[in-house]
Design a protein around this ligand. Structure first.
Ligand code: C5P
Length: 219
């Protein structure tokens, strides 16, 4: 491992997908497994950082040396992230946060009928956007998982969410993105620079992403 270059730094990492309940037995979710965020949290802890990992439901074990907060919904994640935000030096938002949630959660199991069922969904808060508004000294890193026009969408999120850099990946490729051990990323920064990396393990990419954070800190 790298020397303890992140000793004394505090990092907040989010990972996994949020789930949004419909009733006591059903939810709306996504294909995120949490692997990318867990790899970042683990690597940052190895580099000496104090790491808080805020995670949606995943089957992954807690990484060593990391404080893990497990929750379910986007609104729970927002509350947990905002609680830690002022005391951290960087936020890496690898979570796949649900953009919408059912307008109400049925207290009882929804029964089937012969009719169609229409769901009314409302917007969830955009956590990273809120952090971008509140940001002071913190470095903010976002992810953009796209299926087309990757660069255009990634750059627009970088600007709109006031990020330091964004990690983009094309999730339409079979060997990159959700539920695989590898990823192919591009990093876009505020100076208009783009760096493309070949297919690598998520652990290796975690190191690359943390190298970018460290270079902004100047070490
Ligand atoms: O969903 P979207 O593609 O805009 O996600 C880009 C970045 O914003 C990701 O880093 C994601 O974790 C974050 N995000 C968030 N809150 C949301 C939606 C996305 O923090 N409600």
């Amino acid at each position: 491992h790298k020397r303890k270059e992140m000793a004394g730094r505090k990092l907040l990492v989010t990972a996994g997908g949020t789930i949004e309940p419909l009733d006591p037995v059903r939810f709306i979710g996504n294909r995120s497994t949490g692997r990318m965020g867990y790899a970042i949290a683990e690597e940052a802890a190895c580099r000496g950082a104090e790491v808080v990992l805020i995670s949606g439901p995943t089957s992954l074990p807690d990484p060593c040396g990391v404080r893990v907060v497990r929750l379910e919904t986007a609104r729970e994640m927002r509350d947990a992230v905002l609680q830690s935000f002022s005391s951290v030096d960087a936020v890496i938002k690898a979570a796949a946060v649900a953009d919408y949630r059912p307008v109400e959660v049925s207290p009882h199991k929804i029964k089937k009928s012969d009719d169609d069922l229409v769901l009314h969904l409302v917007r969830n808060p955009d956590i990273l956007y809120e952090l971008g508004q509140k940001k002071k000294h913190q470095i903010l890193v976002g992810f953009a998982a796209e299926t087309c026009r990757v660069e255009e969408y990634a750059r627009s999120k970088l600007e709109r969410k006031n990020l330091d850099f964004i990690v983009a990946n094309d999730v339409s490729e079979p060997d990159a993105g959700f539920a695989v051990e590898t990823n192919r990323i591009r990093i876009f920064d505020r100076n208009g620079h783009a760096t493309a990396y070949p297919l690598k393990s998520k652990r290796e990419l975690a190191g690359i992403i943390l190298d970018h954070v460290a270079s902004i800190w100047g070490n």
